[in-house]
Each structure stands twice: as C-alpha cells, then as structure tokens.
Unconditional design. Structure first.
Length: 175
C-alpha cells in the first residue's frame, strides 16, 4: 500500500468511465492516496452527478473535476489531456454487457476498440507516466463480441507498451 500511495500522492489522475460500476469504485479507492486532482470522465450525466456528490461528501479534501464526454470523440479526449495533463490514466470506459454487445457489435467496436485507441494515443502524445486499462476475463479466448473487442484492446495496450515511453498495462477483472 505504501508503494501505491507513493506512486499516486500529488498526482493528477484521469479515470475514464468514472461514473460506471468499475470506474466509480476506482475513483473511491484512489481518493485515499493523496491525489493532487482526480479528473472523472464519462458520458453518463446522472451517474456522473451521483458519483460527484458522493465523492465530494466522503472526500472533501480531494479536488475533483467531473468532465462530460465520449472516448469515441478524439477532439474531446484530447481536450482533457490538454487541460489537465494527467500523469496517470485509469481507462475503465467500455461497453461491458455481453448480450447488448452481441446485438450491437458496431457500437462495441467503436467504443471499446476505437475509444481505447483514442485514449491511449493521447496518453502517448501528452506524455502520461502510466496508463492502466481495465479489461475482462472474457478477453481470454473470447467467445463473444464484447470479449473479442476487449482482447483487441489488450493487444493495442501491449503493442503501445513495447513502442512508447508511457507504461501501458492491461488488468483483467472477472466474475
């Protein structure tokens, strides 16, 4: 825990998908480590409002900046990096519900793959220290669209880690 705290204390941290189930829990946990600023990025208005209120109440000493936007919109993503210059990025924004993505595969590709590429490209361009992508156990030998898109994202992250100074990591979670 001391090592984690040392790597986060005084840093500007960006969380994509900050209003979602995984992103909001990441935000709650990050607030314990003395961040300089936590930038919450999401496209869901009501959940964003709710997590903002919760974090402001529970962590009054942490500077929060909720930002509405979509990871599929490269100019919006870049504006976040330009404005805040995050040192660490936790990328949790993604479509995760298997049945919905089976019915809407184009949206899964646009959000999960192209959105991840946008967020990762800007991490390189704006010299982020570390980029952590939240993946899923469904990316292992994927049998559905969602799992396949997340596996592609992992491959993007692995490739970026080999070719750029920013440290890129994919972390899998599962049920």
């Amino acid at each position: 825990m001391e090592e984690i705290a040392g790597s986060l204390k005084g840093k500007v941290v960006l969380v994509t998908g900050a209003a979602g189930s995984i992103g909001s829990e990441l935000c709650r946990q990050l607030c314990h480590f003395g961040l300089k600023q936590l930038v919450l990025f999401d496209s869901a208005e009501t959940p964003m409002h709710n997590i903002r209120l919760e974090l402001e109440e529970k962590f009054p000493d942490v500077e929060f900046t909720p930002v509405m936007g979509d990871i599929r919109m490269i100019h919006r993503v870049e504006s976040i990096y330009q404005r805040f210059h995050p040192q660490l990025v936790f990328h949790a924004a993604a479509y995760k519900h298997v049945p919905l993505m089976e019915e809407n595969p184009c949206e899964a590709v646009h959000t999960n793959v192209y959105g991840t590429r946008n967020v990762a490209d800007m991490a390189v361009k704006y010299d982020v220290d570390k980029f952590i992508m939240v993946s899923t156990d469904k990316a292992v030998n994927p049998t559905n669209v969602m799992g396949a898109t997340k596996r592609i994202c992992e491959m993007i992250i692995q490739t970026f880690n080999k070719h750029f100074d920013t440290e890129f990591v994919a972390v899998r979670f599962g049920n």
